[in-house]
Design a protein around this ligand. Structure first.
Ligand code: 13P
Length: 252
């Protein structure tokens, strides 16, 4: 069955105290108030706090994801962190291909494919992001861009490997801008992405793969977005840093 998923991408926000305070509070509210969210919930804090966050969530249904990995498993890559290391502290998921990684850290599709391969080797689930820029959309190139991003990366994987993926459609113009895609724009792209999976991997996989929307999701627009047929949840940035808003989003 296709999973409904909400992922909090905290990016480079929150220190140790803020991270642990948020997660403990969130857990307390979700479980004490028995909040009925029916969704898989994943939180992606910064690297130094992955271990403690994972420990706090032990024995719950909530999960932790890393925001990135290096494409090698070890070696002389000062400052980098690998899938091999994450695996050793019990992390099971990683976000790859985020547009901020593509833009600020020049991660091209060939590098992302290497990251995918090493993540799979260490048994990590991958939240893989795709999405077009404002200019690309104004030139009506959004479908071509997203198709390329998938063809050059995810589509190199076998049907078996694809079971480890979540796909996140995050139009760059909607990230952190307050200008969310309309439900219609998002649904059209999600339907297109699902059709690409149908073409490449067949009906079962295209029906089962969770495709999440990301880009200025908030507690007001979430419901309408998640209501769309091919939108299986969200990858949330800013609004996931606010406990009240995030609680509303998981219940949307
Ligand atoms: P915002 O929700 O802040 O637009 O960020 C979206 C995002 O980039 C999640 O990965």
């Amino acid at each position: 069955m296709r999973r409904k998923v909400i992922i909090a991408n905290w990016k480079m926000n929150y220190d140790f105290h803020e991270t642990t305070y948020f997660i403990r509070n969130f857990l307390r509210i979700v479980f004490e108030k028995k909040i009925n969210h029916k969704k898989e919930i994943i939180i992606a804090p910064s690297f130094p706090f992955l271990h403690i966050s994972n420990q706090i969530l032990q024995g719950t249904t909530l999960n932790i994801a890393a925001q990135n990995i290096h494409q090698k498993n070890k070696g002389s890559y000062t400052g980098e962190i690998s899938a091999y290391m994450l695996k050793s502290i019990g992390i099971q998921k990683v976000i790859l291909g985020h547009s901020e990684r593509r833009e600020f850290f020049l991660e091209k599709n060939n590098i992302l494919l290497e990251k995918i391969k090493i993540a799979l080797k260490y048994g990590l689930n991958i939240i893989f992001c795709v999405g077009e820029s404002d200019l690309e959309r104004s030139n009506n190139k959004q479908f071509k861009i997203v198709q390329n991003q998938l063809t050059e990366t995810v589509f190199h994987c076998t049907s078996d490997e694809i079971k480890s993926f979540y796909i996140a459609y995050e139009p760059i113009w909607a990230i952190g801008t307050g200008k969310t895609a309309t439900s219609e724009q998002a649904q059209t792209m999600h339907k297109f992405i699902r059709s690409l999976f149908l073409e490449k991997y067949g009906k079962n996989i295209s029906n089962e793969i969770s495709i999440l929307y990301g880009g200025s999701i908030n507690d007001i627009n979430a419901k309408n977005l998640f209501y769309q047929k091919d939108i299986d949840g969200g990858l949330v940035g800013n609004s996931s840093l606010n406990l009240e808003k995030f609680l509303k989003i998981i219940q949307s």
